[in-house]
Every structure is written in structure tokens, then in C-alpha cells.
Ligand binder design. Structure first.
Ligand code: SF4
Length: 380
């Protein structure tokens, strides 16, 4: 899929957005809340059946052809609610969740860009910078983006048959795993981490003694603290399934005038992950002019897209429920975005479609031009 040469494979930007589920946050419950509601509904149903039986008796005497469909309908609604509550408990247990949404148990509580917590999904896209075509899309139940990078990179490769020269993503995607994976795939990525700014802050700032302001000296295998003192290799901490964490400890901290600002212990320690060189190389790259220039592409390549595809819908939440259906709906939103891009280019005459569509295009171009003129006229 190269979308009529609209994909350049030069730079691809990755990003995620929270998709509001078709479910109210008020329908989110913990186990206790679910069980209490189940009990309450069972009691209500028992009472309804008893009351209804008594009324039936009386009505049968007065109106032998009486209709009890309202009670039956109400009981059906309560039975349906009970079914949904039991399904929600199943999801809660299976996924080991604290809370679950009864309306859409597959949605997850997520904080959106306005910091509002609501049930939703995490929509992920990769966008080629040539014409802002979406080249990969997915939906996940993870509130954070770290774990979404690898699947998205793989999807780009599957969809396009190759990976781009370079890629970018925001700090939400920064992890040793993702940096290592990009290296393995030969993808030149630009992904800042949350401490990059801290590192760049003025020396006298509050974060002066943050670990990111300790410089690692590879030759001597030591850290140099912001006061210029050495922290020597001190211990190793073993970790399950990971390389050990190396600990470095200050030797002059006892005489240090600013020790209380730096550590609560007798001497400052800092830890080093075996993959830290990946992070350090990334910071170096992003501090350079070239790195800053390339990373800027992320903003104008991917950020406007979410605004556009959400605006196309004219409504804040998804229509469908459940992750499979939401994934389908999101794919459709992305497809509409791409089709609009193609149609615009074709009608402008800058992209050509295969010959069998030529008649269709010939008919559409004059109409498109008229509409464009009308739009310009309306804005004047
Ligand atoms: S406490 Fe130790 S590591 Fe921290 S600034 Fe002082 S000498 Fe450096």
C-alpha cells in the first residue's frame, strides 16, 4: 500500500489519542459496587413478582383479560441489567481490574487531554509526513503509550513493505525497549524522555540534584555529581529477566555542604541500567540543532490529524462498544481521513488514479472546482 505515491517513507510520526467510550463514567463500579447492585436488583425483582402476583389475583377477579406486559417488560430490563453486571464481574476477575464499566466492560478508565478521567480506548496512529496519510492505526486498552510503539512499527512495515528513514514520537513512547527495538529495525527515531527538560534546566533549578544532572564517565565507569564529585561503582542489584542494575555511590558526600539537598542518606547513590547508553544517545541527538529540527516534524505531521478525524465525526464519543468493534470504527475514521486526502489530491490534479477511474474523475473535477470557488466566495 503506497497510496498513489502520497507516502514518502521519509519521516513517520507516531501518536495516540484517548477515544471516549460509548459509556458513562457513572457506570463504572468496583467489585463491591457490582455485588451490591446485583443484590438490590434481585430484591427488587422478588418484590415485583410478589406484588404482581397479588395484583394479578385481584385483576383476574375484576378483569379476566388483564394485561401484565408492563411488569414483564420491567422484569426483562432488570434481568438484562443483571446479565451485564455478571459480565462485568467476569471481566473484573479475568483482567484483575480494580474497576470496570458495566456498559462497555472492555473500555478502561483513562485520562484525556483535558485531564478528565473517563472510560475509553487508546487510539494509535502512524502518519507519513509527505501528505499526512495515516499508514498504521490501532486501538488498545492501555492508558499509556509505551507498549504501543512496537506493534505500530510492525504494522507500518507490513502495510508499506518497508520502514521509513526516520520516525518520531513524544515522551509517552520513551522506553529502553522502544529505543532498542528502533535500533534493531534500523529506524532512526527521535523520542524525548520526561527528564530531557530537567536535564536542560538551569543548574540552580530545583532539579539540580536530579539523577539526570549526574554525568556518566564511560572511561572511568563513574558518575560525576553536579558539584563535580565522583560516585564510584558500588554494588549490583539483580533483576528478574533483565540485566542487573549497577549502583554508584558518592565517596565525598560526608563532607558535602549541600548533602541535604541531594540525598536523605549518608551518601548519594545513583543506578545505571545496562541500556542507559541508548537514552543518553537519544538525549544527545535531541539537544542538537538537527535533532530539534527533525523532532519538530512530529508536531505538524501527526498532531493535527486527531483533531481532523474527531471533527469529521462531529461527536465526542465512539458509537460502538467492545475493543473489536471500536478498533473497526477507528479504522474507518482513519480510512475516511485517507480517502479525503486522496480525493483532494486527485481533484486538484496532483495525483492520478488508474485509468478505469478517469471518467469518474473527469465528471467530478468541474464540480469540485465550482465548490471551491463557492467556498472562496462565501469567505469573502
Ligand atoms: S551529596 Fe554527594 S553526590 Fe550529592 S552533591 Fe554532595 S558530593 Fe555530590
Amino acid at each position: 500500500m503506497r497510496l498513489f505515491s502520497m507516502v514518502g517513507l521519509g519521516h513517520i510520526a507516531f501518536d495516540g489519542t484517548k477515544l471516549k467510550a460509548n459509556a458513562s463514567v457513572r457506570q463504572t463500579r468496583d467489585r463491591d459496587g457490582l455485588e451490591k447492585e446485583i443484590e438490590r436488583i434481585k430484591e427488587q425483582m422478588g418484590e415485583m413478582i410478589q406484588t404482581s402476583a397479588k395484583i394479578d389475583e385481584l385483576e383476574d377477579q375484576i378483569y379476566p383479560d388483564g394485561d401484565d406486559s408492563e411488569v414483564v417488560e420491567e422484569l426483562r430490563k432488570k434481568e438484562y441489567r443483571l446479565k451485564k453486571l455478571h459480565e462485568a464481574i467476569e471481566v473484573l476477575e479475568r483482567e484483575k481490574l480494580e474497576k470496570v464499566n458495566v456498559t462497555d466492560p472492555e473500555s478502561r478508565l483513562m485520562k484525556d487531554s483535558r485531564k478528565v478521567i473517563q472510560p475509553g480506548y487508546n487510539g494509535q496512529i502512524a502518519v507519513d509526513d509527505k501528505e499526512q496519510v495515516i499508514v498504521a492505526a490501532d486501538v488498545s486498552q492501555n492508558a499509556t503509550d509505551h507498549a504501543e510503539f512496537k506493534p505500530l512499527v510492525d504494522q507500518v512495515e507490513r502495510n508499506l513493505g518497508a520502514l521509513p528513514k526516520e520516525g518520531s514520537a513524544d515522551a509517552g513512547y520513551s522506553s529502553y525497549d522502544n529505543l532498542g527495538y528502533s535500533e534493531v529495525k534500523g529506524l532512526d527515531v527521535y523520542i524525548p524522555d520526561n527528564f530531557l527538560e530537567v536535564l536542560d534546566e538551569k543548574e540552580e533549578g530545583e532539579k539540580r540534584y536530579h539523577k539526570s544532572n549526574f554525568r556518566y564517565d564511560e572511561m572511568r565507569d563513574t558518575y560525576i555529581c553536579p558539584e563535580g564529585e565522583e560516585l564510584k561503582r558500588w554494588a549490583e542489584r539483580k533483576r528478574e529477566g533483565k540485566s542487573p542494575l549497577i549502583l554508584y555511590r558518592g565517596e565525598s558526600c560526608g563532607e558535602c555542604a549541600v548533602r541535604e539537598r541531594c540525598t536523605t542518606g549518608e551518601a548519594r547513590t545513583v543506578s545505571r541500567d545496562g541500556r542507559e547508553p541508548l537514552l543518553e544517545a537519544m538525549r544527545e541527538k535531541l539537544r542538537g540543532e538537527e535533532g530539534k529540527r527533525i523532532y519538530k516534524k512530529r508536531g505538524y505531521t501527526v498532531e493535527p490529524i486527531f483533531g481532523q478525524i474527531k471533527w469529521d465525526r462531529r461527536k465526542p464519543s465512539m458509537d460502538l462498544r467492545g475493543s473489536v468493534k471500536v478498533r473497526g470504527e477507528f479504522s474507518l475514521m482513519c480510512l475516511v481521513h485517507n480517502v479525503k486526502k486522496i480525493v483532494k489530491k486527485v481533484l486538484e490534479g496532483t495525483v492520478s488514479l488508474p485509468g478505469k477511474y478517469s471518467k469518474l474523475i473527469e465528471e467530478a473535477i468541474p464540480r469540485y472546482r465550482q465548490e471551491q470557488l463557492a467556498l472562496v466566495g462565501a469567505e469573502m
